[in-house]
Write a protein that binds this ligand. Structure first.
Ligand SMILES: [Zn+2]
Length: 441
């Protein structure tokens, strides 16, 4: 019964729209929240996922997550975005499977408009940025320039290169050089390698602003900036990010925007494009898949310039966080059921970090490797940074929420996310200072 429904579903799909075309809006779309309770439910979802990837454009029906395959232990909620044409058959198949579900976003277009609403009062300081709304890439760049201009003794900017569409990829360094000229340990943070995960760069710019603007008045921050160099890459995938911000385009775009030969689908998943165990798990070779790993490692300029900059600072970097959303997981390496030899230390520090985060507003995070929590996936940043960048504390935090809003997180949650995530970052920073400080040489 269930496979008949699934086959009917995919057969009914119109294949005219491919990933990469203009998406006018998400009018009539719903997002369903399912809670798989049995291995059969997980099986059904995994099969659905692969069928969908093959046969239905991801902007019509998509299992919303940062996942590849769900692991049988996965019991967390799963969100599925469904266009109006597919809703009847989808819910029929959920019923046939007896998977409990509810409509969590009844009108996706309305939720997106609501999320994108602008504050009445435009911020005129800090380069026009604020943390009560989400901002497009030009505002983030002007925020970076504001920091460099107003805090020249603390902040420097390097343009690492240009994206496929010609946008600057920008790295900030925040730190006071030690008086003796020696090298301090460093902490790398980046965000928005996945374009649609807006809360990631919003949270990171919130913390960046704090590090710089509170330096003069906050002793804790003074200590952290004096004792560490902070490398911050606020948007790893600016082309994809810009695409999600353009009102007539696609809010739920995930990948880069490079043209793929012999395909109508643009871009690759840059979080599958690194050369540590590339294409081993949770990645795809089909350009129309949202987990397309690219034709070869580093096919995406964004990955190439990031790794060059990272490796040039490799001996200094002792902690790396690559922010994503959503799920509230603090992911440890690796993404293929293997573990680094020091995994116990990484997990102990992650648990302390997450406890500090939770102490602010009660937001709960799970700690573990992708395979332990929900999926296998290789070719991502935190695996690469651990294995090739040789960075001890390398993690992927999946930020708020757990599936009420998914990628379309209301802007009121930016500041709380910034406040709580900063608590976790401080724990890791203190660990790095205690273990590797005060200087490396
Ligand atoms: Zn992501």
């Amino acid at each position: 019964m269930r496979w008949q429904l699934l086959v009917a579903l995919v057969a009914a799909a119109t294949w005219t729209a491919a990933r990469g075309e203009v998406k006018d809006d998400f009018r009539g779309y719903k997002v369903y929240r399912l809670v798989p309770r049995t291995p059969q439910h997980v099986d059904f979802l995994n099969n659905l996922q692969s069928k969908l990837e093959e046969q239905v454009p991801v902007d019509e029906v998509e299992i919303w997550s940062d996942i590849g395959q769900l692991s049988p232990e996965a019991v967390g909620p799963v969100l599925i975005m469904v266009s109006p044409e597919h809703q009847a058959q989808m819910t029929k198949s959920f019923d046939a499977e007896k998977i409990p579900y509810e409509v969590t976003i009844a009108d996706l277009n309305k939720a997106i408009l609501e999320e994108s609403r602008r504050s009445d009062v435009r911020s005129t300081s800090s380069g026009g940025i604020s943390w009560t709304e989400y901002h497009d890439y030009p505002v983030i760049l002007s925020f970076v320039d504001f920091l460099v201009r107003d805090y020249p003794s603390l902040v420097t900017k390097t343009v690492l290169g240009q994206t496929y569409e010609g946008r600057d990829i920008v790295l900030l360094k925040i730190g006071k050089p030690p008086a003796d000229g020696k090298t301090k340990p460093a902490f790398w943070m980046d965000a928005n390698i996945h374009a649609r995960e807006w809360i990631s760069s919003a949270t990171l710019t919130y913390m960046t602003n704090k590090l710089v603007t509170e330096y003069a008045t906050n002793q804790t921050i003074q200590g952290l900036v004096n004792q560490l160099d902070w490398y911050i890459l606020p948007v790893v995938n600016p082309d994809g990010f810009a695409w999600t911000h353009n009102e007539t385009k696609n809010r739920l775009w995930r990948t880069t925007r490079k043209v793929n030969p012999y395909s109508n689908c643009l871009g690759a998943d840059p979080n599958r494009n690194y050369d540590h165990r590339w294409m081993v798990a949770g990645a795809d070779q089909k350009p129309c898949s949202n987990t397309f790993a690219g034709p070869y490692p580093y096919s995406e300029t964004e990955n190439l310039v990031l790794t060059e900059a990272y490796l040039a600072r490799q001996s200094q970097i002792k902690a790396m966080l690559s922010f994503h959303s959503y799920s509230q997981y603090w992911l440890t390496p690796f993404g293929d059921k293997t573990f680094p030899p020091d995994i116990a230390e990484l997990k102990a520090v992650a648990h302390r970090a997450v406890n500090a985060l939770t102490s602010q507003f009660g937001t709960k995070y799970k700690v573990g490797s992708p395979s332990e929590i929900l999926y296998d996936a290789t070719g991502g940043t935190h695996d690469w940074a651990k294995a090739k960048g040789l960075t001890k504390y390398s993690y992927t935090p999946e930020l708020r929420d757990t599936g009420k809003h998914g990628f379309v997180l209301p802007p009121e949650q930016i500041i709380p996310s910034g406040i709580e995530t900063w608590e976790a970052v401080k724990v890791i920073a203190d660990q790095v200072i205690a273990e590797f400080g005060p200087t490396l040489d």
